[in-house]
Design a protein around this ligand. Structure first.
Ligand code: DC
Length: 228
């Protein structure tokens, strides 16, 4: 049986995670949230105080071993995917800004990216996989049947994040959120290893002016045309 792979890459705040989950549910495919892997590894390494010395060869060796033997679990539930690290439920913890920072330290180290590769390949199972990340279509699954690059202007992503924080009762300044997003975009697109960019054969969707449902329909049409 063929395993169809659909990749969805793009910057954070583009709506990637939500859309990847919706597309996976629609086609009844498996779902890979590769960012969660980077977050889990970041958390595991931070717990052992190993994140600030990744340039040390001996430390990096141990970190690679930790990456290759990470004890993690992803369990779909009604409320979303439950994430477990070494027996501990870290579903909420890995979404914090702090763990996002840990993940971004992991993300710039080629050897650690490499160590996470086989784990990502393991998600590719019949009937299909929706892989969400930054380098899914360019590096991890270059032969994917459908590659989508979902983006949105920094301003609209900042507004979405602001509304999300407001909804959670968290006070924030939109100008600070925007500055943060612009700095992160610059880091992600200019980094040497696996920089964030659309694959040459990716279908680019700008979600700035679109609702989630509009993006979903656009993606579905594109995927259906390739699966037909
Ligand atoms: O999508 P996210 O915010 O959960 O990703 C967390 C971090 O991992 C972020 O710094 C980008 C990085 N990442 C990556 O480099 N490659 C991926 N395929 C997924 C995430």
């Amino acid at each position: 049986m063929t395993t169809h792979i659909i990749t969805i890459d793009g910057p954070s705040g583009s709506g990637k995670g939500t859309l990847a989950a919706k597309i996976a549910a629609h086609y009844q495919y498996h779902l890979l949230d590769s960012g969660a892997l980077y977050r889990l590894l970041g958390l595991a390494l931070a717990k052992e105080n190993r994140l600030d010395t990744l340039t040390d060869v001996e430390n990096l060796k141990v970190c690679i071993e930790i990456a290759e033997s990470l004890d993690i679990g992803f369990t779909p539930t009604e409320q979303g995917v439950r994430v477990v690290l070494n027996g501990e439920d870290v579903t909420k913890l890995i979404r914090t800004e702090q763990v996002g920072e840990y993940a971004s330290k992991v993300a710039v180290v080629q050897e650690l990216r490499q160590a996470l590769l086989s784990r990502q390949y393991a998600f590719a199972q019949a009937p299909g996989l929706v892989a969400d990340g930054r380098d899914m279509g360019t590096v991890v699954f270059p032969n994917a049947i459908a590659k989508i690059y979902l983006t949105a202007s920094a301003k609209s992503r900042a507004t979405r994040r602001y509304n999300q924080l407001q909804g959670m009762g968290v006070d924030a300044k939109i100008s600070a959120i925007l500055a943060n997003i612009e700095a992160r975009d610059k880091r992600d697109t200019e980094r040497e290893v696996a920089p964030l960019k659309p694959a040459s054969d990716a279908y680019v969707i700008d979600s700035s002016e679109l609702t989630i449902d509009e993006v979903f329909q656009t993606m579905k049409q594109y995927i259906d045309s390739l699966l037909a």
